[in-house]
Design a protein around this ligand. Structure first.
Ligand code: SF4
Ligand code: SF4
Length: 101
């Protein structure tokens, strides 16, 4: 599945820096993140996940971060999105069942 959402809170998705970052010093290559994500954000490269389509990531989703067994994945803080949207009750619309932080 790919992410068809072009805007979030009226802001073009391409202008929003929301996507996972992997700490490869910690990652054990279990691929739980790749299996969790339904947006094709990840691809497997040399036994490790790689973020290949960062702008496919659903804004506000942290689903892959929550399933990582070693805490190797991070996202920007929620305050980043609060500042962008000027709202604290912004919607996430995640389809991968990741919960809002
Ligand atoms: S946060 Fe959600 S949409 Fe983004 S890469 Fe992780 S599982 Fe996929
Ligand atoms: S879930 Fe975590 S440990 Fe497993 S491959 Fe992804 S980043 Fe690495």
């Amino acid at each position: 599945m790919t992410n068809k959402i072009a805007k979030w809170e009226g802001i073009p998705r391409k202008e929003i820096d929301w996507f996972p970052t992997i700490d490869y010093k910690i990652c054990i290559g279990c691929m739980a993140c790749l299996k969790k994500c339904r947006q094709c954000v990840y691809a497997a490269k040399n036994g490790k996940p790689k973020v290949v389509k960062p702008k496919n990531c659903v804004v506000g989703c942290t689903g892959c971060q929550k399933v990582c067994p070693v805490g190797a994945i991070s996202h920007p803080p929620r305050t980043y999105l609060e500042k962008l949207s000027n709202r604290k009750d912004f919607k996430i619309g995640c389809q991968c069942r990741g919960k809002e932080r």
